[in-house]
Structures are given as structure tokens and as C-alpha cells.
Design a protein around this ligand. Sequence first.
Ligand SMILES: [Zn+2]
Length: 108
Amino acid sequence: MNDDTPKVVTMADFRPSLRRKPVAYNICSHGRLQIDTERRMLECKDCGRIIDPYDYLMKCAEAEESVYYTVRHLREEVDALKKERTILASERDRLLLGNNRLRRGRPE
Ligand SMILES: [Zn+2]
């Protein structure tokens, strides 16, 4: 192959994704928050840290997004396993039929 050979790129090779900067959110590792409705603030019930509501919302959104992709991946895996089960059941039936014929002395 020489350098003049055109490189073929299909749409399958093109996978856009969101680019995000890794962000350190101003939140703690606890998870028990209290909403102060008068001061419109979030405060951790365990350590008393004041939590930025936007940071908390972003953390929740990212966690939900992660769950979404995990569920989608698992559904694809279930579909693949169902197809494989169908193939294996068909193969099992074929082998059982062949085995029964052999027992009766009648080849396929
Ligand atoms: Zn905390």
C-alpha cells in the first residue's frame, strides 16, 4: 500500500462525545444534605459544610448520566444473551435429535 491510497473512514468510526473538563465539585463525601429554605443554601448534616447547589446538581446529573449508560449497556448485553440463548437452544435441539436417531440406529 502506498501513500496515495485513500483512507476510507465510515460513520461508524465517527463517535462524537461531550468533552468536559474534570471538575472538583465543592461537595463532601457524605450525602445527607439539609436545605435551608430561608438562606437558600445546602448544608451537609454530617460535617456542616456549605454545599454549592450547582455543584450538587452537577454531581447528581453526572451520577444519573452514568446510570443511564450502565442501563443501556446492560440492555445491549441482555439482547446479546437472548440471541445467544436462541442459538444454543437450537443447537441443543439439533444435537438431541441426532442423538435420538443414533440410539434408534438410524443415521441422519
Ligand atoms: Zn459532609
